[in-house]
Design a binder for this molecule. Structure first.
Ligand code: SF4
Length: 208
């Protein structure tokens, strides 16, 4: 905690710079560590356990997330609302550095719960992709690539907080249009990092 009572640190599982599969345009993404929702079929099970990721200084994370002049920042997980005070502080730090930086959040909470948080999120987060992943309603890679909503299952909804990404409002016009549904990065040590939305079996395919 800082002297003002605000959180100084956030538990982070990973940071991905320059992703095209986490919302409109080129985005820097933080995956927070810890998820209490635990949807069946979740692709990010490594991010479930709370407190095991890196405890990172929020200011430093914000600096990384605005680096390289991205279209915006995406906060994913894990479940960002499990660390809501730290996530909101992260948004404030991002906006201190880049006041107009759009921020999108993924949450497994139901859209109605996100709407109840509207006041807390207002001025900090522009849009939330909400609702738990449902494997019975999972989209195929093709459906994900052709849709405007980059989510894993068709029950998941978009909650517009600011209207900035509401293309029907005319406020902003950078829709999510990409054929890219997943990204595979190979680290210098040969480690594989797969992100985005992909069909079951894709991980094994990439390893082989
Ligand atoms: S909310 Fe996200 S990270 Fe948590 S279990 Fe569901 S899909 Fe996985």
């Amino acid at each position: 905690m800082t002297k003002t009572g605000k959180p100084a640190c956030i538990h982070v599982a990973d940071i991905l710079l320059g992703s095209y599969v986490s919302g409109p345009g080129r985005r820097n993404v933080v995956f927070v560590q810890g998820c209490s929702i635990r949807c069946p079929g979740c692709a990010n099970k490594d991010f479930w356990e709370p407190g095991v990721g890196k405890s990172c200084n929020i200011k430093q994370v914000a600096k990384r997330l605005v680096s390289g002049d991205p279209e915006g920042v995406t906060i994913s997980g894990g479940e960002p609302t499990d660390q809501l005070p730290a996530v909101l502080e992260l948004c404030d730090k991002i906006h201190e550095l880049k006041p107009d930086m759009p921020i999108i959040m993924y949450s497994g909470k139901h859209a109605c719960d996100i709407e109840r948080m509207h006041k807390e999120l207002l001025g900090k987060i522009d849009l939330v992709y909400a609702d738990p992943f449902n494997p019975k309603l999972a989209k195929t890679e093709k459906e994900r690539g052709s849709g405007l909503v980059p989510v894993g299952s068709s029950n998941q909804q978009v909650v517009h907080i600011s209207g900035r990404y509401n293309y029907h409002s005319g406020v902003r016009s950078t829709p999510y249009t990409t054929d890219t549904v997943f990204e595979l990065r190979v680290g210098p040590d040969g480690t594989l990092q797969l992100s985005g939305f992909y069909d079951e079996g894709r991980v094994d395919e990439c390893r082989s």
